[in-house]
Design a protein around this ligand. Structure first.
Ligand code: AMP
Length: 282
């Protein structure tokens, strides 16, 4: 497995592989890897000639400075996990390598920036687009792999690919959310939960399943309030517990019985903000 810290060395490697006729699968991450990330590497290996994974804790997508400082960093373990998973190359750039200039483009993400993660974390998706745009420009992959765990982010990346003519040929793949046996969505931030919080954290998935099980056409308000109250009762500070149109993310308090739906939760457990989602309709 190759490890690159500089863009130009990585690009030379990729150009060689592209010239050999191999497709390039790319998995961008912020490290502190877990089996959820590895499932993306596996999806890429099953689809592409070579797989490149990046590990970069992107400062421009953190609207909370403390969250950036406390973000877990386990790079040696990450490299071992990628090696074991059969990843071909890892890109470990410095902040200066990704952001040699401060000029930043504004990405028109429309309403995606005004709801859920967009409104709760101002500037977050602009930062995501800045880094993913720069990484894609460097790697020039044929295929890119993201996790459904970050549902809204997947929609933002789809939009980014559509916005930029040089990225529009890249094929986007979305892999299902990997969960612990107790249902908790795997996340790098789970490392920051203490023992008591770890025992409570799976309640988010239980709340999502409750919404799915009790879904009926009509008003969703009562069911959403019950799910939210339960999270509060066990110790969460919910940011949102919502149901939205699965394709537009328009919030849906009333369901016509037909529109595709996704349930979305963001909630603080102590200092740690957790997010999860579940598609409610087939
Ligand atoms: P992150 O390192 O958190 O930025 O995540 C890197 C990629 O891994 C993103 O596409 C995430 O959606 C994906 N990912 C994170 N957690 C999971 C999970 N539990 N299951 C599947 N994919 C995940």
């Amino acid at each position: 497995m190759w490890i690159f810290k500089r863009k130009n060395n990585l690009q030379r490697y990729i150009q060689k592989k592209t010239a050999e006729g191999l497709s390039i699968g790319f998995v961008p991450t912020m490290g502190a890897l877990h089996p959820g990330h590895i499932s993306l590497v596996e999806a890429s290996r099953n689809t592409c000639g070579i797989t490149v994974c990046s590990i970069f804790v992107n400062p421009t997508q953190f609207n909370d400075k403390k969250d950036l400082e406390n973000y877990p960093r386990t790079v040696e373990k990450d490299i071992q996990m990628l090696f074991d998973a059969g990843c071909d190359a890892v890109f470990l750039p410095s902040v200066e390598e990704i952001y040699p200039t401060l000029t930043t483009r504004h990405y028109d993400l429309g309403t995606l920036e005004q709801v859920f993660e967009g409104s709760s974390r101002p500037g977050h998706f602009q930062g995501v687009c800045q880094v993913v745009d720069r990484l894609l420009d460097t790697v020039q992959p044929t295929d890119v792999f993201f996790g459904q765990k970050d549902y809204q982010q997947c929609m933002v990346i789809n939009k980014l690919l559509a916005l930029s003519s040089n990225l529009s040929n890249i094929k986007m793949h979305i892999s299902p959310t990997q969960r612990e046996a107790n249902g908790l969505a795997m996340s790098s931030r789970n490392l920051r939960l203490n023992q008591k919080e770890q025992a409570i954290a799976p309640e988010i998935f239980q709340a999502l399943q409750y919404l799915k099980k009790n879904l009926q056409a009509g008003s969703q308000s009562k069911m959403l309030a019950q799910a939210r109250d339960r999270l509060v009762a066990v110790g969460f500070k919910p940011d949102y517990v919502s149901i939205a149109h699965a394709k537009t993310l328009e919030e849906m308090q009333v369901w016509d019985g037909e529109a595709p739906l996704v349930a979305l939760v963001a909630a603080f457990l102590g200092e740690v903000r957790l997010i999860d989602n579940l598609i409610l309709t087939d």
